[in-house]
Ligand binder design. Structure first.
Ligand SMILES: [Zn+2]
Length: 242
C-alpha cells in the first residue's frame, strides 16, 4: 500500500497543477461572462415555457369572461326592449329587477376582467424582460465564447502535457483506487488525499477536523488508505509512510 500512497500523492501533485490552470481560467472575466451567458441560454427556453404556462389559464379565463359579458349585454338589451313594450306593472317590476341583476353581473365580470388584465400585463412584462435579457446574453455569448476559447486554447498544450504525465503515473495505481480519486475530483474536492498524524492517541482528518475512531486509525497505521467518514477524502498515515 505504501507505493500506492506514494503514487497517488505524486498524481495529486501533478493534478494540482492542472487544477491551478483550471481555476485561473475560471477566474477570468472571459470565463465568467461566457459561463453566465451560456447558462442563461441553456435555461431560457424552460423559463419562457413556465411563463407561457402561467399565462395560458389567465388568457383562457379572460376570453371566457369577455364572452360572458357579451352574452349578458345581449340579455340586458332584451330586457330593456321588453320594458319599453310592457304595460303590466307586475311584469314591469319583474323585468326591471331582471335587468338590474344582469347589469350587476356585468359589473362584477368587468371587475374580474380588470384584475385579470393586470395579472396578464405583469406576465407580459416578465416575458418582455426575458426577451430583452435574451438579446443581451446572446450578444455576450457571441463576444465571449471565442475569447474564452482562445484563452483555454492558450493553456491547452500545458494541460495536455500534464495530463499525459498523469496518465503515466496512473498506470501504477490500482484502478479502483484511481476511480475513487477521479470521482472525488469530479465532485470539485481538492486536495483529495491527506496524510494523518497517527503518532498521537486522538487522530483527526486534516481536511475537516473530524475525529477518527480507533479502528479507522488502526487501518491507517497498518498502511491502508481510508475514506474520512465525514468529508469522504482519502486518508493515509503520514507517520507510517516510509
Ligand atoms: Zn474529513
Amino acid at each position: 500500500m505504501n507505493d500506492q500512497i506514494k503514487y497517488l500523492l505524486k498524481y495529486q501533485s501533478v493534478d494540482g497543477k492542472v487544477k491551478e490552470i483550471e481555476d485561473s481560467l475560471k477566474k477570468t472575466e472571459e470565463a465568467k461572462k461566457y459561463y453566465t451567458a451560456s447558462k442563461f441560454l441553456k435555461t431560457v427556453g424552460e423559463v419562457a415555457s413556465s411563463i407561457d404556462a402561467k399565462a395560458k389559464p389567465l388568457i383562457d379565463s379572460y376570453n371566457a369572461l369577455v364572452s360572458d359579458v357579451k352574452q349578458l349585454e345581449n340579455q340586458a338589451e332584451e330586457f330593456a326592449k321588453s320594458v319599453e313594450s310592457c304595460e303590466n306593472d307586475d311584469e314591469l317590476n319583474y323585468l326591471k329587477k331582471k335587468f338590474q341583476d344582469v347589469a350587476n353581473s356585468i359589473l362584477q365580470k368587468e371587475d374580474a376582467i380588470k384584475n385579470l388584465q393586470k395579472n396578464i400585463d405583469d406576465i407580459f412584462n416578465e416575458y418582455n424582460k426575458l426577451k430583452e435579457e435574451n438579446g443581451v446574453m446572446k450578444a455576450q455569448y457571441n463576444e465571449f465564447a471565442p475569447k474564452f476559447k482562445e484563452l483555454r486554447d492558450s493553456k491547452a498544450p500545458e494541460v495536455k502535457s500534464l495530463k499525459s504525465e498523469l496518465e503515466e503515473i496512473a498506470k501504477n495505481i490500482e484502478p479502483s483506487l484511481m476511480q475513487k480519486y477521479i470521482s472525488k475530483r469530479e465532485d470539485k474536492r481538492f486536495p483529495i488525499i491527506f496524510g494523518v498524524d497517527t503518532s498521537t492517541n486522538s487522530c483527526y482528518c486534516p481536511a475537516c477536523a473530524t475525529g477518527m475512531s480507533i479502528s479507522a486509525k488502526n487501518e491507517l497505521v497498518s498502511g491502508n488508505i481510508k475514506e474520512c467518514e465525514n468529508c469522504r477524502r482519502l486518508l493515509y498515515s503520514q507517520t507510517e509512510l516510509k
